[in-house]
Design a protein around this ligand. Structure first.
Ligand code: PEP
Ligand code: MG
Length: 581
């Protein structure tokens, strides 16, 4: 039995057999005879034809949805498929090496990639991503793997991976995946957030997990405390069973709060809503008693697909969510692509600092033709419920004004075409870049609400990459600098007559609830599973108690001091939640 420590990413405990997952395609080498060469060539030709058909299909859909320019991006892919030199090298390689065609093909492509990566020619360097993509498509077709679906076997498993992208996590199915563990990653990576949404316990940043856990090993995952026990012995299994029952019991108790308001003992009420990534999660929002959706991360509609979502598809998604949640509000955040969420059809070049790069509103403003489609869909859906619109990663007034200009143009187009749209769609901004936090007085007159995105605000304010496990100890939501920023945003927002909410992970941490309530936050939006916990804390106290907690917390000098203080206060008002972690 060994116990591995990591970063708690999504709460809950689970036990099951380990399934090692590698997102990178594995090409095995297999010896063949000279007689088998023609058969290998036929397999390769079939894979090429299938790949060509898939790419032409993507091009067609892109051309219809976005115009020929976007479709043309794939011309480079088609050129690789028709490359005669590659074909000749492949046949010669088969003759010479007498190994399977995947292995010969991959050797050649890897050589091409090496040359392209080193070249000084910028155009050729940019083609690396195209070649890499074609490589994966051909290999998938050769290996007979259409998509890398996670945990679709018969038996539920614990996924063990070096890393998982948010889009891979989004494919997980609760019925098949009991929990997951990764070697790297941070607490507020979108992979962790997605796991929480799916209510799948997860531990990330477990150094060496993929080396120390073997296929089929029995493992216990404690996503609340960040622990992984490999090949557990009887006492650990008993402890796990006890913990499992305690979680279930607590969930049952908390569900009694489902229809009660999020208000303090002296009737100070706040709005307690939930975050979603996909429309399917609305059931969980309702089941956990959240009042509407405070953050719909719409970029997930763009992931795990070879093309971009059409206006009609997006319209249907937003309309469905709006109708199911009304009369409560749904805050639709325009796409926050980039960072750790990448768009497959566009083959964007990789960046050194993706979280500080071409992301969110920066991407939307640079690609107005994609942005406009989303805005049209949102405006059209606005008449079907109580929708609000929010822009991510605003760093100053110009971006907000430019986004609003495009929105108004789109609104005019729709009205002229006789489409009904809501006149009074409320616009808000996320406050997640320190510059925006410092400019709240200037942003306030242009919006109706602020929503504090602490996941990013913390990483930018403390200069701590949110997905890097090596510096995770520095990612401190309780850091005094973060507390001061939060106070300033709430105070300046209120002075400017805007509502101030929070939709970062901090809003769902019971330990933070007293502080945030005391700072004067108007609304909280958290992962659905966290909503009952936060409500429980709010309903346990007088508002003045929270205010005094916030005041005292602001006088402390380090993140550790603030954390110990908040934990002690939470223990005072809700000891059973502290037992849970
Ligand atoms: C945030 O940054 O706090 C936030 C809610 O947005 P995301 O986690 O999607 O970056
Ligand atoms: Mg963010």
């Amino acid at each position: 039995m060994i116990t591995l420590k990591g970063i708690p990413a999504a709460p809950g405990v689970a036990m099951g057999p380990a399934c090692l997952y590698r997102s990178e395609l594995r090409v095995l080498r297999r010896a063949i005879t000279a007689e088998q060469i023609p058969g290998e060539i036929t397999r390769f030709d079939e894979a090429l034809n299938r790949t060509r058909r898939q790419i032409l299909d993507i091009q067609k859909r892109l051309a219809e949805g976005l115009g020929q320019d976007h479709a043309d991006i794939f011309n480079a892919h088609l050129l690789v498929l028709d490359d005669h030199a590659l074909r000749e090298e492949l046949e010669a390689g088969l003759q010479k090496q007498l190994v399977n065609v995947e292995a010969v093909f991959d050797d050649i492509i890897q050589r091409y990639l090496k040359v392209f990566r080193k070249t000084q020619d910028e155009y050729l360097r940019d083609r690396t991503a195209d070649i890499e993509d074609v490589r994966k498509r051909i290999l998938r077709n050769l290996l007979g793997k259409q998509t890398d679906e996670l945990g679709r076997g018969n038996e539920p498993v614990v996924i063990v991976a070096h890393d998982l992208s948010p889009s891979e996590t989004a494919q997980m199915h609760k019925r098949h995946v009991l929990a997951f563990v990764t070697d790297i990653g941070g607490r507020t990576s979108h992979t962790a957030i997605m796991a929480k949404s799916l209510a799948i316990p997860a531990v990330v940043g477990v150094e060496g997990a993929t080396n120390r856990i073997h296929e089929g090993d029995s493992v216990i995952i404690d996503g609340t405390h960040g622990e992984v026990i490999v090949s557990p012995e009887a006492p650990s299994i008993e402890r796990y069973q006890l913990e499992h029952r305690r979680h279930e019991e607590l969930d049952r108790q908390l569900l009694h709060l489902k229809d009660l308001p999020a208000e303090t003992l002296d009737h100070h009420q706040v709005l307690l809503a939930a975050n979603i990534e996909l429309p399917e999660e609305v059931s969980s929002v309702i089941a956990h008693g959240a009042r509407g959706i405070g953050l719909f991360r719409t970029e997930f509609l763009y992931l795990n697909r070879p093309d971009l979502p059409t206006e009609e598809e997006q319209f249907q998604a937003y309309k469905t969510v709006a109708e199911r949640v009304k009369p409560h509000a749904v805050v639709i955040r325009t796409m926050d692509l980039g960072g750790d969420k990448f768009l497959s059809p566009m083959q964007l070049p990789s960046e050194m600092n993706p979280f500080m790069g071409w992301r969110a509103i920066r991407f939307s403003l640079a690609r107005p033709e994609i942005f406009r489609i989303q805005l049209r869909a949102i405006l059209r859906a606005s008449v079907h419920g109580n929708l609000k619109l929010m822009y991510p990663m605003i760093s100053g007034l110009e971006e907000l004004e430019r986004a609003n200009e495009i929105l108004e143009e789109v609104r005019r187009e729709l009205t002229q075409a006789g489409q009904p749209v809501t006149e009074s769609l409320e616009i808000g901004v996320m406050i997640e870049v320190p510059s925006a936090a410092l400019l709240c007085d200037l942003l306030a007159p242009a919006v109706k609400f602020f929503s504090i995105g602490t996941n990013d605000l913390i990483q930018y304010a403390l200069a701590v990459d949110r997905v890097n496990e090596k510096i995770a100890y520095l990612y401190q939501p309780t850091h005094p600098a973060v507390l001061r920023l939060l106070k300033q945003i709430v105070d300046v927002g209120h002075a400017g007559k805007v509502k101030v909410g929070m939709c970062g992970e901090m809003a769902g941490e019971p330990m933070m609830t007293l502080l945030l309530l005391g700072l004067g936050l108007d609304s909280f939006s958290a992962s659905p599973v966290q909503v009952p916990l936060v409500k429980r804390v709010i309903r346990s106290i007088e508002h003045s108690f929270a205010e005094s907690v916030a005041q005292q917390a602001l006088t402390l000098r380090t993140g550790k001091e603030v954390e110990a203080f908040l934990l002690a206060k939470l223990k005072q008002v809700a000891p059973d939640l502290v037992e849970q972690g």
